[in-house]
Structure formats: C-alpha cells, structure tokens
Design a protein around this ligand. Structure first.
Ligand code: HEC
Length: 156
C-alpha cells in the first residue's frame, strides 16, 4: 500500500514536470539561447556547393509521386531535427527559409548528400540517390517554393 502511494506520488510529480516541459516547448516562445530560425549565416553552407553540383537537374522533377514519397522520407529521417513541416526546431534550421527555397535542386541534393557534419547536419549519402531527389522535391514543394531551376543561386 505504501509502495503504491509512493509510486502514485512519483507519477504525479512526473506528470507535473512533463507539463512544465511541454509548456517550455511552446513554439511561440523559444527558450533563451535557441538558435534564431532565420539567421542567414546558418544557410551559408548552401553557397559552397560546387558549380557542377548546383547545375545538376532533378531526374524526378516530373515524377508525380516524388513529393509524396519525399514527405514520407522526411518524416522518417529529417523531421526529428527540422520539424514535421520543415519549419525548424531547436536542433536544426527551417527549410522554408528563402535561402533554401531559392537553392537549385542540385544544390539541395549536394547538401543532403554531404551534410554539414561539424554543425550536426548528418551525411545522407547512404540513402539511395532517388530517395535524396525525392526529398529535394518535397522540400521544394513547401511554402511558395520558387521554381528553383529558373532562379539559380548567383555564381560565387
Ligand atoms: C540530427 C539533426 C538533423 C537531421 C536528422 C537532419 N538535419 Fe538537416 N540540418 C541540420 C542542421 C543542424 C543544419 C544546419 C547546418 C548548418 O548550420 O549549416 C541542417 C541543414 C540542412 C539543410 C540546409 C539548410 C542550411 O541550414 O544550410 C538542408 C537542405 C537539410 N538540412 C536537409 C535535411 C534533410 C533532407 C534531412 C533528412 C534526410 C535532414 N536535413 C536531417 C540537422 C539535421
């Protein structure tokens, strides 16, 4: 009986703690020290894509299933850091930012393939290439994505 009361006490405390934690995760109020979502410096890595990589076109550009497939892959591999709708989280920046949305498909493919290991963006070269292109299609399908092929990033 005592043990049960103790257990109940612990679980109540636990509940209270989780409520507090849940509140501190309120997206409208980022905790102090959270990375700003639209810091342009975060996206500098995209500018480093070599010319040849930038120019690569997406072989799945006209594949009607690519966006849906990419969405599933995104949920499996990327959402934990970039958020369910790629809006960003404390762990990783938003992919809806203009820097990402205006990047060419080849640039995004290059970034996903190589990662930014020192900044905790993993390397995804083990995902089959078609899956990486599906992810690129998905990312570019979000939030008023400009047709990147017609709007290539400026030459370095
Ligand atoms: C472990 C956390 C984590 C996971 C999982 C992750 N990312 Fe990232 N990602 C990051 C971080 C951190 C950055 C920012 C890197 C930097 O500062 O340059 C980033 C950057 C990016 C960028 C470039 C935008 C920028 O900031 O320059 C793209 C595109 C991207 N990620 C796509 C993906 C895709 C697609 C997946 C899933 C296949 C994925 N990420 C999975 C952490 C993650």
């Amino acid at each position: 009986m005592r043990a049960m009361a103790a257990a109940l006490g612990i679980s109540t405390t636990f509940l209270a703690v989780s409520v507090v934690l849940a509140q501190s995760r309120n997206p409208d109020k980022p905790p102090v020290g959270a990375a700003p979502k639209y810091d342009p410096a975060v996206y500098a890595e995209l500018q480093k894509a070599p010319e040849k990589a930038r120019r690569r076109t997406n072989p799945l550009q006209n594949d009607p299933d690519a966006v849906a497939a990419g969405a599933i892959l995104f949920e499996q591999h990327c959402a934990e850091c970039h958020g369910n709708a790629a809006q960003g989280s404390r762990k990783a920046p938003s992919l809806l930012a203009p820097e990402v949305q205006s990047a060419t498909p080849g640039t995004l493919f290059w970034l996903v393939t190589n990662g930014v290991v020192r900044k905790k963006m993993p390397v995804w070269s083990k995902l089959p290439e078609p899956q990486r292109w599906q992810l690129v299609r998905y990312i570019q399908s979000l939030a008023g994505a400009a047709p990147a092929a017609e709007n290539p990033a400026p030459k370095p």
